[in-house]
Structures are given as structure tokens and as C-alpha cells.
Design a binder for this molecule. Structure first.
Ligand code: UDP
Length: 450
């Protein structure tokens, strides 16, 4: 059998947080759809759920398995996984390891096993490259205050940021600075990078990432679009807290583009004052809304708010079937923290966004949405603050919601978003750019494996 014909076997090793694991599971299924044997490595506590989510794909003949690995709880202890991972590779002999950016040490594990390691960083070429430029040129050191804008040097598009939008570790040396430098170094030393984005979304930045920063990259997204129909969308990431039909029936009674969907991903954790401002802002906007509030926060909502809003607002406590909601034509705007998965899910479904970045690389993603793609409006969050974010007043929320649903620019923004959704759909179709990148990657891996 020639190397071109034999079945490839790829290990997928996600970091176990929904924003990291959800797209890698999609990716594993995407590979399996191309005849690759995909094995997802997960701690026993998550393996059962992953198995359930991927069951439909398996029943359709996809080869997607899940293998247990004992996971230490602390982030910093991920290096303890080295030995168990080496053991699994020795036992199962995959041809390639696709692993999360949070596991820079997997370059060495793969090298020692004689297989390529491909990095999955879970964000777009624009944001990752912009972050690298800030780290490289340190433009924030030349401004005199946290609010004075600086230009990202040698980066296309005249993108300006302020120091307050940078994380602590980006402004001064902290424990995480060293770790972040390790992530970047491991990107440059890996065999290449899989980007959950599509070339047409950010052509200038995809080229910049390759040509200026010298990274070998395959843009194969949006992965959530490719797995449509073969993955359980209701329980993506976690078990949904609402019956899917109840939620969709509620939305189906609403006019197209009239409902605001409010969700801040899996990490952001607002306090009671902020939740009260959101409640006031949504009520004052007069628009219908679906608001995802984390379970333990429900008692912090204003007294009687849910009853008062019955019919107008649907509150989901815990975990929402986000992609199903965004796909519904009633959704007219998405208030988002700009986590990359949420951004791409909005792009894939053609929903304009109200940007409320909190932490991680979300302020960069906001720039892409509001200044490059122009499908979003900022709510006015200006400070990077892990988990809690900047404080935003109800008036700003009300104004942004009105503007994006029915303001002067609403139609233009919506049309732009719908055009991007069309482009995303084309990218993942047979012969589209993402499909071609994936075929090229698989072809290259086959040619490497003995
Ligand atoms: N998500 C979901 N339901 C929720 C909250 C989040 O399905 O109630 C999914 C969302 O669709 C996305 C992921 O969880 O795929 C969150 O990733 P993102 O990068 O947006 O943010 P993070 O959680 O990493 O901050």
C-alpha cells in the first residue's frame, strides 16, 4: 500500500476548557470525515461526555475514539501529563499529534516519538499575530498612560490599542509571561498551526502570519459549520440546561432579526452589580432577549426580573445550546465577550455582534469585528480584567442593543454579517478554501508517514 492510500491516525489533545475542547472535538470529526482515524485524548471525567457528543458521527461510520488520560487539576501541572501521553503514543502509534497551545511541551513528546506536532491555538491569525507583534515591539512602553492609544508596529491595518486593554502579563513580567513566551516559541517550532478560521475572513492577516511571522498554517474553519448534522449541537461542550425544543419554540414566535442573544462564554464571571446593569439595559432597550446566566448567579438577578420579562426575555441558567440559538433567524444581535469560538459562531450564522471583551485575546478579536469586518459595535468595555471584565453601565448596553437591532447602521451591518456567513459556508464546502487547506494538510501528513 502506498503512503497516499494508507489510513492516517491522528491524536487530538485538547486542553479541557470548553473554549479549547469544543473546536478540537469538531476538528477530530472533520478529520474523520476525510477517512482519518481520529483519537481524542481526554481525562476520564470528560471522556464520557465527549463520547456522547461524537456518537452520531460514529454511527455515521466516522472513526472517532476517545482515550482516557489522567489529568492533574492545576493548569501549571499539565507537564505531569508528559509520561502518560508518551505511553499512549507508544501504545497506539499515531502518525501525528494535534495539541492545544497550552501544551507547548508536546513538541518534545512528538519529536521523541518521531511524529509531527501540529499546534491548535484556537484563535484567528489576526489576533495571534497582533499579540506577537505587541510582545515583540512593546509599543505600550512608549505611551504615557493606560488610556493613550498606541499603534501595533509593522502590522497591517493601523490597529491601535491601549495599555488598559492588555493583560497584566503583557505589560510587565509576571509568572504567566514566561508561559506565554513558551506558547509562542512552541508555535514557531511546531510542524505547523491549524487555525479555526477561513482564509477569506482575514486574507491579509493569514498571509501576514505566514509571510512575516513565517508560520506554516492551515485555515480549516469554521469547524462548527463543517460538523453540522454529525455532532450533537444541543450538548456541545456541556449538557444543555434548557430543553432544545422549548428554546427553539420560544424563538420561533419572534420576528426575524429581533432578538438579542447575551452570553459571555464559559469563563467570564460578572458580579451582582454588573448583572443588574445588564438586566436594566436589556429591559430599557425594549427588545426581546435570550440571556445566559450561570447557574450560581441566578440569585443575583434583580428580584422579580424574570417574571416581569416573561414572553420578552428568556433566561437560560447554566449552559445554552449556543449554536442552535444563533442559527435561529429570530436572532438579530449577539452580546459577546469576543471569545474566538463565539465570534466565529456569530460569523458563521450571520449575526452582528455587540462586543464586550473581558480578558484573554478578546480585545484583539473585538478590533477584527468592529474595525476590519465591521459587523459589530463596542459596548464600551475598556479594561482587560480576568473573569470580571470592565464595568459597563445599563445606558451603554441599551444604546448598543438598539443601535445593532434597529439603528442607522443595522441593515448594513446585518448584510455584511450575512455575506460573511455565505463566505464561511462556501469555505467549508467541497473545494472551498478550508476544505482545500484540510486536504492539503492530510496529504502532507500522509506523505510524511512511512
Ligand atoms: N457555549 C455554549 N453554551 C454556553 C456558553 C458557551 O455552547 O452557554 C460554547 C460556545 O458556543 C463556544 C464556547 O462554548 O463554542 C465558548 O468559547 P469562547 O471561545 O467563545 O469563549 P470562552 O468560554 O473560551 O471564554
Amino acid at each position: 500500500m502506498t503512503s497516499q492510500n494508507r489510513q492516517l491516525h491522528v491524536f487530538f489533545f485538547p486542553f479541557m476548557a470548553p473554549g479549547h475542547s469544543i473546536p478540537i472535538i469538531d476538528l477530530a470529526i472533520l478529520f474523520a470525515g476525510k477517512g482519518v482515524k481520529s483519537t481524542i485524548i481526554a481525562p476520564p471525567s470528560d471522556a464520557a461526555h465527549i463520547s456522547k457528543v461524537t456518537e452520531k458521527a460514529r454511527n455515521s461510520g466516522y472513526e472517532v475514539d476517545v482515550l482516557d488520560i489522567e489529568f492533574p487539576v492545576a493548569e501549571a501541572a499539565t507537564k505531569l501529563l508528559k509520561r502518560p501521553l508518551e505511553d499512549l503514543i507508544r501504545q497506539h502509534r499515531p502518525h501525528c499529534l494535534v495539541s492545544d497551545i497550552f501544551f507547548p511541551w508536546t513538541n518534545d513528546v512528538a519529536a521523541a516519538s518521531g511524529i509531527p506536532r501540529i499546534l491548535f491555538h484556537g484563535t484567528c491569525a489576526f489576533s495571534f499575530s497582533a499579540m506577537e507583534h505587541v510582545l515583540l515591539y512593546e509599543p505600550h512602553k512608549n505611551v504615557s498612560s493606560d488610556s493613550e492609544p498606541f499603534l501595533i508596529p509593522n502590522f497591517p491595518g493601523d490597529i491601535k490599542l491601549t495599555r488598559s486593554q492588555l493583560p497584566e502579563f503583557g505589560k510587565q513580567e509576571t509568572g504567566f509571561t514566561k508561559l506565554f513566551n513558551e506558547f509562542i516559541e512552541s508555535e514557531s517550532k511546531s510542524f505547523g498551526v491549524i487555525v479555526n478560521s477561513f482564509y477569506e475572513l482575514e486574507p491579509v492577516y493569514a498571509d501576514h502570519h505566514t509571510n512575516f511571522l513565517g508560520r506554516k498554517a492551515w485555515h480549516v474553519g469554521p469547524v462548527s459549520l463543517s460538523t453540522k448534522g454529525i455532532i450533537d449541537k444541543t450538548n456541545r461542550g456541556k449538557q444543555s440546561s434548557i430543553d432544545e425544543n422549548k428554546c427553539l419554540n420560544w424563538l420561533n414566535l419572534k420576528e426575524p432579526n429581533s432578538v438579542v442573544y447575551v452570553c459571555f462564554g464559559s469563563m467570564a464571571d460578572f458580579d451582582s452589580c454588573q448583572l443588574i446593569e445588564i438586566a436594566k439595559g436589556l429591559e430599557a432597550s425594549g427588545q426581546s432577549f435570550v440571556w445566559v446566566v450561570r447557574n450560581e448567579k441566578e440569585k443575583l438577578l434583580p428580584e422579580g426580573f424574570e417574571r416581569k420579562m416573561e414572553g420578552k426575555g428568556l433566561i437560560i441558567r447554566g449552559w445554552a445550546p449556543q449554536v442552535l440559538i444563533l442559527e435561529n433567524e429570530a436572532i438579530g444581535a449577539f452580546v459577546t465577550h469576543c471569545g474566538w469560538n463565539s465570534v466565529l459562531e456569530a460569523v458563521s450564522t450571520g449575526v452582528p455582534v455587540i462586543t464586550w471583551p473581558v480578558a484573554a485575546e478578546q480585545f484583539y478579536n473585538e478590533k477584527l469585528l468592529t474595525e476590519i469586518l465591521k459587523i459589530g459595535l463596542g459596548v464600551g468595555a475598556r479594561k482587560w480584567k480576568r473573569l470580571v471584565g470592565d464595568f459597563v453601565r445599563s445606558e451603554a448596553i441599551e444604546k448598543a442593543v438598539r443601535e445593532v437591532i434597529m439603528g442607522e447602521c443595522a441593515v448594513v451591518m446585518r448584510n455584511r454579517a450575512k455575506r460573511l456567513a455565505e463566505m464561511a459556508k462556501k469555505a467549508v464546502e467541497n473545494g472551498g478554501s478550508s476544505d482545500s487547506h484540510l486536504n492539503a494538510l492530510i496529504g502532507e501528513l500522509k506523505s510524511l508517514s512511512p
